[in-house]
Structure formats: structure tokens, C-alpha cells
Design a protein around this ligand. Sequence first.
Ligand SMILES: *Cc1c(COP(=O)(O)O)cnc(C)c1O
Length: 396
Amino acid sequence: MFPSVLPTYNRAPLEFERGEGTWLTATDGRCFLDFGAGIGVNALGHAHPALVEALTAQAGRVWHLSNLYRIPEQQALADALVERTFADTAFFTNSGTESCELAVKMARKYWYDKGQPERVNIVTFAGAFHGRSSAAIAAAGSEKMTKGFGPLLPGFVHLPFPAHGAELEAAIDGKVAAIMVEPVQGEGGIRPLPEPCLKGLRDLCDRTGALLILDEVQCGMGRTGRLFAHEWAGIAPDIMMIAKGIGGGFPLGAVLATAEAASGMTVGTHGSTYGGNPLACAVGKAVLEIVGEPAFLDEVNRKAGLMRQKLEGLVASHPDIFELVRGTGLMLGLKCRVPNGDLVQAGYDQGLLTVGAADNVVRLLPPLNVTEDEIAEAVARLDAAAGTLAGRGAGA
Ligand SMILES: *Cc1c(COP(=O)(O)O)cnc(C)c1O
């Protein structure tokens, strides 16, 4: 019989019924340290009291309102995001994929309205992940995501990651509308774009007029220790896609943009039934109020330094299992010498949740309010997991 849930996921046989902070309890009673956080979604862990309060208080008032009307919670979240970022304006979506769709539309409409309708191409990079819609898979361009789903949406130019100067310069011709890039690739294997490259992209965009679209769906909302990852490089995008952490587990995404980049998006050009609904925006505002605090981000950086140090030690003591640690903030990856899936599985057996990524990497994306003790415990569990795999590594 065909599965009643479309079988597109390779699911682990784990079933959870409760969560609190960094911990999840399975239906069979086992407790797990959650260092996947729903793939970087549960930014404040499970059942954070402030988020539960924001959600339930809003649920008692009104759940859904059409964008035919003003939505005060949406306005408040937009104002808060505009106040704390480069952006002049925000459009709310329900996912990263939808944010990608709008980013592409916005960039193309910008040039159309400027009288250069030929500028439609979006430059993207190998290993990128921007979502699963037709535009998003065409943006990523990999065979793994696109095979069998043609004809693909045209207008994407794919470069290596990170691309080198000359190659990039040559790619930005009169048909390019925008460059789209993740400051830190997530699905691609926790690969940070070196700071000079991000600055170089900004400079190239300034010289050619191309819009810079940053996909901060995974690396944004405090994950790297700044509210948004690009802040480390001291640059700003023209358009930014966010989702995942902003809702803390409630479906919410957004496209943030400068007034100039957004100038083509006039009344009637875009919309969403659920986008910016009161429940999502009430939760998003509560997340932002906590994660946006400088003292909270200082703590993220402090704990990130601690975790990185412990992971370096782990790699040093299991050179047959691990090759290196990479990433930034609380977005860290262990490049493995054994198949990464084996380590994820061995972690499950030790009561630790991690997430695989491309390039044989295991991702560690704990809640941003993870404690020092939880970090120490997670690394101890990784150590035990690696111990059970000893002898299987390439170096053994
Ligand atoms: C997860 C992700 C997306 C897609 O987000 P969905 O909410 O799954 O649609 C897009 N870009 C990046 C960088 C992501 O990590």
C-alpha cells in the first residue's frame, strides 16, 4: 500500500511528544538533547515561556485576518525588523521557499520598472539551498534537486562557491538582475562565505547595479552571533530572505528590502493568504525581542566560542572519525571521515540529535539559549558516539 504520508522524507524511527528548552522526550520515554533544533528553527528551544505566552495570548484574541485589512501584529513586527536592520520594508511569508520566490520576483520587477527588462538573471552558487519551489530548485541548480522536474525556470547563472574574482566579474553582464547567496551555506555543509568575498560581492553589485540578495533563512536571527550574518562583514544587502529562526518554530518567513530594491512591488504585484498572520507575527515579535538584545547575542558568541573549543578537542581526540570543525557562531559543522549518517545515527543512540548536510558534514544547530552544561553534555555524547564508530574511519 502506498504510504498515507507522501514518502519524500527519509525519517529516523524517532517520535517525540514533548519538548522543553534543548530537550525532547520521545514517546518511549527516552530523552534527547536537541542540537538540530528543527534545522535551526527552534531558536529559543522548545516551549519557551515567552513564546508560549505570545502565541496563546494572540490565539485568544484573533488567529487569522486577511491582508485585505490592517494587521497590527504584522505592522509591529515589520517596524521592529526595519528598526534593527538595513531594511526599509518587509513582506511576510510562511517559509524560506516563499521568501526566495519573492526575492526573485522583486529583483526582476525592479529592473523591469527601471526600463531594463532584459536584466532577469540571478547569479547563484554551487552548494546553495534556497528552498523547494520551481524557482528555488532552479536557483540551486544541482542535479539532485532538479532532476525530473523540468522544464526549469530559466534565468539562473550558476557559479562555483566561493567564486573567484575574474569568473564573477565575467558573469555579471547586462542581463544580471541580482546575485543571490547564503552568507553561510547550511544544507551545503556549513560553509561560510569568507568575509572578503561577501564584501567583494557587495562591491561588484555597487559597480554593476546588480542587487545583492542574501539568503539568511538558516544563518540569520542570531545564529552566527550577530542578528544577521552579513553584519560581521560590515555590509548590507539590497534584499534579504529570512525564515526558520524568526518564528522560533511557528511558520514565518519574510523578505526584507531597501525602499529602492522594493520599488517595483506596488499594490497588486504580490500577496499571500497566510503571510503575516497575527499568530505568526506575535510569535516572531517575541523571538525578535529576545534574540535582538545585544546581551543575548553576546551570550551566543560566548557559548559559540566554548562549543567550538570543545569540538576542536573532540576532533583532535578522534582523528579517524572527524576531519575538522567549521562554521561560525552556533552554526557549526563537523566534517566527518566516516559517513556523516553513521555519526548522526550513533548520536541518536547516545540521546543526541544532530543533522546531516552536504560534503559529509554533521550540523550542530542548538537553540541559541542553549546552556554551557548542555554544550558540555552534547560534546560528551558526540565523544561517546564517535567511540562507538572507532575503527570504521578512513584513518584506521
Ligand atoms: C531551509 C532553507 C530554505 C527553505 O526554507 P523552507 O522554510 O524550508 O521553505 C531556504 N534557504 C535556506 C538557506 C535554508 O536553510
